[in-house]
Design a binder for this molecule. Structure first.
Ligand SMILES: [Zn+2]
Length: 219
């Protein structure tokens, strides 16, 4: 069994990399590694977003070499949505369809399906489901079907941002019956309020999600 230790970054308990051993029943889910989040010039730039790209690429190579699936989520909004502050929501305009900000980061290795979310004005936090910000039931994306039909049982989640889309995607993964892990060195938080990222990780650990510390060779 993996050895536990306290993660200096998050203040929560994490286990070693053995929890992410890739195989054909695993999918690496790369959440929203898009210019508006990952690039310093993005409209909702997440601190440290760019520095996780090579770490995510390393995971993608490991996953593919072991026969695991890799899937990507992409926030993909209309020009106006109640998700945006200009339309009554809380976020600056970001990841508007067919713009530079919505594109996946240019350095990201892309080898697998890309699942878009928020396309019809929903909030689109989770890669698995979207919810109208004004209420209503969550609408599933195609991600669960894609993964389940490929025999995926376990998820490894990375990307942006820890306290929103990574969190929502991982929680949905557990709800849908996947054994789910998060790579701590391959996620970063928005931290709208200081400590949001750490609190999100605590909530994820409580929900049964495995928090995986960084691989030692790049520590
Ligand atoms: Zn969004």
């Amino acid at each position: 069994m993996a050895r536990n230790w306290k993660s200096a970054d998050s203040g929560v308990w994490a286990v070693s990399e053995s929890a992410t051993r890739y195989g054909p029943d695993v999918a690496l889910v790369v959440v929203d590694l898009q210019n508006d989040f990952a690039d310093p010039a993005g409209s909702l730039s997440v601190r440290g977003g760019t520095e996780i790209v090579p770490i995510v690429n390393r995971e993608i190579r490991l996953a593919l070499a072991a026969g695991a699936a890799v899937a990507y989520t992409q926030d993909w909004h209309p020009d106006h949505t109640p998700h945006f502050a200009q339309d009554g929501g809380i976020w600056p305009v970001h990841c508007v369809h067919d713009t530079w900000g919505a594109e996946l980061h240019a350095d990201l290795l892309v080898s697998g399906p890309i699942v878009r979310k928020g396309t019809h004005g929903e909030d689109g936090y989770s890669g698995f489901s979207m919810r109208n910000p004004n209420g209503g039931v969550p609408v599933p994306t195609e991600l669960d079907g894609e993964l389940a039909s490929g025999g995926v049982k376990r998820l490894v989640v990375c990307g942006l941002a820890t306290d929103y889309c990574v969190k929502a995607t991982a929680l949905d993964g557990v709800r849908l019956g996947y054994e789910t892990a998060i790579l701590l060195d391959a996620v970063r938080a928005v931290d709208l309020e200081p400590g949001d990222g750490g609190r999100a990780l605590e909530a994820l650990a409580e929900a049964g999600i495995t928090l995986v510390a960084g691989r030692r060779e790049v520590a």
